[in-house]
Design a protein around this ligand. Sequence first.
Ligand SMILES: Cc1cc2nc3c(=O)[nH]c(=O)nc-3n(C[C@H](O)[C@H](O)[C@H](O)COP(=O)(O)OP(=O)(O)OC[C@H]3O[C@@H](n4cnc5c(N)ncnc54)[C@H](O)[C@@H]3O)c2cc1C
Length: 316
Amino acid sequence: MTATTGRTRPLPIILTEVEAVRVERLSPSFVRVELAGPELAEFGVQGELYDQRIKLIFPGPRGALPNLAGEESWYAAWLNLPDAERGHLRTYTVREVRGAGRDARVVVDFVLHGDSGPGSCWATRARAGDRLLLIGPRRGERFGGIEFAPGGLREVLLVADETAVPAACGILAALDADFGGAAFLEVPESGDVLDVPVPAKINVVWLPRDGAPHGRRQVAAVRRHLELDPTDDLIDDRQVSPDLWETPTYSSSGEPIEPMSGPGTGAGARDGLYAWIAGESKVVTTLRRCLVEEAGLDRRQVAFMGYWRHGVAMRG
Ligand SMILES: Cc1cc2nc3c(=O)[nH]c(=O)nc-3n(C[C@H](O)[C@H](O)[C@H](O)COP(=O)(O)OP(=O)(O)OC[C@H]3O[C@@H](n4cnc5c(N)ncnc54)[C@H](O)[C@@H]3O)c2cc1C
């Protein structure tokens, strides 16, 4: 564990206990929680938050949060704790920041998927006064965790399931009126369609599953949008990359990424299109095939992010 005694400068990240000060049931599958704490006065990034991710630690079986105060190597310190004291680490998106100074509140939209995971379990029962640990960006310091990076491209394709809807909505809220394109947002049921402001030139299509299998409506809609052969088939389970994370600067497969001299290359490439795809790993792996192998999009015009995998608890 890192020795921290005597530290005079604050950590370059925000690592702080926060309290739920407002809990709002947005729809059957979403609950919005405003998290507050004095250290959030320093929370923020330079520029837009877009899909900024943060880490949350939920209390463990005894109801207590781990003590990581002042730990610069917080992850290693957290891993070293006994299981019973560690709590549960999960990744979420900053939907927005409300207020300022000591009144700043980080808003997180949680998907409720029953009691099958500590994150969903906590969110289902969340009440004002409940506490979590939050790890996020400190204003003026490098943190990372924003993947939406269209560069000079002004046509976007955003594809998200419910876990990535908060990120997609954050992106849509931040885009200026120059941006055009489409967003396909899949949610569990019709009642989960949210009323969010969107740029005039972006066509936002909500795709409630209402009992349909996860991802099929999305795959069909994206294929139609890209004028590919119509099908809603998903790839075989054996072909899924459970940790799929590919952006113009990073590939979880370790594949090298060549620098791009200009947008779009090669036959079939859709010049000017930037695609941001996030959600369940099998669906995202399927969409990767559609976009890269069939539609010919340059790997450097796309970001594919497996946010979770059916049947697999997040590590941490
Ligand atoms: C960058 C990033 C940003 C994210 N942002 C958000 C966000 O803003 N809001 C949000 O709700 N989630 C978000 N997620 C997804 C979230 O981290 C996962 O859904 C996570 O598994 C939830 O933790 P848990 O403790 O509820 O379930 P876990 O303990 O991780 O999993 C337990 C079981 O539940 C299943 N499961 C997990 N998520 C779902 C789901 N949505 N529907 C059905 N079954 C599920 C798992 O497959 C597993 O079988 C984000 C993930 C990433 C990587």
